[in-house]
Design a protein around this ligand. Structure first.
Ligand SMILES: [Fe+2]
Length: 65
């Protein structure tokens, strides 16, 4: 199981097959938070957030484990 992910997911739609399949995969394999950033538009973030714990990413963000 993946703890969390951070990065650009290259998703540009909230209802594309790519976004929905990615959300399903992440839901099954990530047991933590998702930090989508570059190349992930707002609609895709909303779609992911419907199933996962999605958090905003910005300059200065720090994560502690
Ligand atoms: Fe990118």
């Amino acid at each position: 199981m993946i703890k969390s992910i951070i990065g650009g997911l290259h998703l540009f739609s909230g209802n594309s097959q790519q976004t929905l399949a990615t959300a399903d995969y992440l839901k099954q394999n990530v047991d933590g938070n998702i930090y989508p950033c570059h190349c992930t538009n707002l609609a895709a973030k909303f779609a992911l957030h419907a199933q996962l714990s999605v958090h905003e990413v910005g300059v200065g963000l720090t994560l502690e484990w």
